[in-house]
Design a protein around this ligand. Sequence first.
Ligand code: ADP
Ligand code: MG
Length: 597
Amino acid sequence: MTIRVLSPTTINRIAAGEVIERPAAVVRELIDNAIDAGATQIDVEIDAGGKRHISVRDNGIGISKAELPLAIQRHATSKLPEENLDSIQYLGFRGEALPSIGAVARLSITSGKKDSETWRQRVEGGVVHELEPAPKHNGTIVDVDDLFYATPARLKFLKGDQAETQACLEIVRRQAIASPQIGFRVTVDGKQKLHLPAESGDLFDSRLKRISAIMGRDFGENALKVDAAREQIGLYGYASVPTFNRGTSSYQYLYVNQRPVRDRLLLGVVRAAYQDFLGHDRHPVVVLFLEMPGAEVDVNVHPAKAEVRFRDQQFIRGTIISALRHALSEAGHRASTTVAAATLGAMQAQRAVGYSAPASSYAWQPSMPLTARDNVVPIFSPPEAMSMPEAAPSAQEAVAQAQEVYLPLGIAKAQMHRTYVMAETQDGVVIVDQHAAHERLVYEGMKAQMKETGIARQALLIPEVVELGEDAALLSEKIPVLAEMGLILEPFGEGALVVREIPALLGRVDIRQLIRDLADDLREHGETLSLNSQFEHICGTMACHASVRAGRVLSAAEMNTLLRQMEATPHSGQCNHGRPTYVELKLKDIERLFGRT
Ligand code: ADP
Ligand code: MG
C-alpha cells in the first residue's frame, strides 16, 4: 500500500456524499446561493424528482467571467472575505456545493453581471469544460442534469420521484418562509406547483403573509406572536395555540440567524415548552427565528448545515421556553381561549391514557359509591332545558337510576348542531362526535365478526352496477379479499363491477361512493400494505361510510344506545383516523375555565 493524494474529482465525490445526499440537497444549496447573491426572484424547476433535471434561476448579482471557473473549485468562496468563521454573514461559506454537484452530475452555470457579458461554465462528472458565451442574463441560472449519474450507487438509495419531489418542495417552503421579500416559483415536471410572490411590509407582516401563503390561513388564525429578547438573543415568530397541533414535528420551522435548521436541541425545547398543554404524540406548529451574534453559535458542525451548536445551550433553552410559555399565557384577548386550550390539553392527556373498555363486558368500578339521585339528573324533563328531539325520559336512564349503575359516558342530554351528543356524567360533561364514534363502533364490530364467525352479509335486492373505468381491474384483483370482508363483487363487462352483497353491519350506505373510495384506497395503498393492514384499511373505509353522518338528528334513545355501545367497545375513545370520538370536561376543568378555582 502506498499513500497517495486523491484526485480532485474523487475528493469532490466524497464531499458530495455528505453535502448532496439527495435532490433536495441540490435544491437547498442552489437556493442558498441565490439568496446569498441578493436575488429578489428565484425560479426552480424539478423534473423526475430532481433526478433528471433541477434548475435554479435567480436575478442576483451574478458571477463574472473571471470568477466562473473559481466557483466550481473546491474551497473557493466569495463569502468569507475575512476568513473568520465566527462571523458568517451568508448561508454558504465552505465553497463545496458547486464542485460537489459538478462531480456527480452534469452541471451548467450560466451567469452574468449587470452591464457585462454572460458566460457558461459546464462540469460533467468532474470534467471541466471550456467557458462558452451564453445569451444575456442578469443573474445566475444553474442547471443540474442526471444527478448521481457518475455515482450510480447513490442513485439506488433515492426514493421514488414523488417522494423526492416532495422533499424538494419542502426545502423551498422552508427557505421561502425565511425570505418573504423574495418571490419563489417552482415548476414540477412542467407544471407550476408553488407560486409565492414577493411580500412587502415590515418583516413581521411580510413573514406572516408568507407563512399563511405556505401553511394556510388556519395557522395565521391560530398562531400566537412570539417576540422576546434577552441579552443578545432574540426569538421571533409564531407558535400555534396548543389545540392547533399535528401528529408530526415536520410542521416546525426553525431558523437560526435566518438559516433553516432541523436542530435536535431546538426541537426538544419546543416540545418541552408545550409539554403541559399537549399529549405526547401531538406536536405544535411553529415558525421561530432565533437571532444571535455569530460568536454565540457554530453553524459549521453538520455537512448539510441542518444542525448548529450553541455556546450556551442552557441559556438558549431557557430563553426559548420562557418566551413560548409567555406567548401561550399572555396572548391578550386570546387569554380565554388559551385557558380553554390548556384545559383541552389536559383532557387530551387524560384521553391518551383514558379508558378503553375490554371487549367483553363492563369492567367499570365506580370511583366512589353512587346514589343515582345525587348524581343523575332526570333526563329531558324540564321543558326549559335545552331543546331536545324527544322529551320522554329514556328507558335506559330509568334503568340506570333504578340499578344505580355507573355509566362512564353518562346520560345523553342533548344533541348539538346535529353533530355532537352532550352527556352528563357523574362529575363532568362528555361531548361525543357522533360520526367518529359510530365509525369506530362499526369498525370494531367488523373486526370482531371477522375473527369469530366471518362477516355477516346482506344481499342487495337490486344489485348495484358501478362504473369504474380503469380502476375496475384494480378492484377485480381484490375480489377474494373483499369477499372475506363481506363485500361480494363480480366483474361486469368492460370497466364495471356489480355489487351483490355488502357487510350487514354497514346498513344503508351509498354503495357507489363506497366502491369508488375503496378503489382510491387500493390505488394508493394496495401494494404497499400487508394483507393484515389491508383488512384494517378496508374495514376502516367501509366503517367510515356506514357511520351516522354528522348532520343527522338522533333520538334520545339512539344517543344513549350510542353511549352504551361505546362503553362496551374496545378502543372506542378514538376514531380510525386517530381523532378522539369524545372529550370529557370534568367539573373541575369547567370551574377552572370560569376562574372559580
Ligand atoms: P459557497 O456558497 O459555500 O461559497 P458554492 O460552491 O455554493 O460555495 O459557490 C461557490 C461560489 O460561487 C460562491 O461563493 C459565489 O461566489 C458563487 N456563486 C454560486 N452561486 C451563485 C449565484 N447563484 N449567484 C452569484 N454567485 C454565485
Ligand atoms: Mg453555496
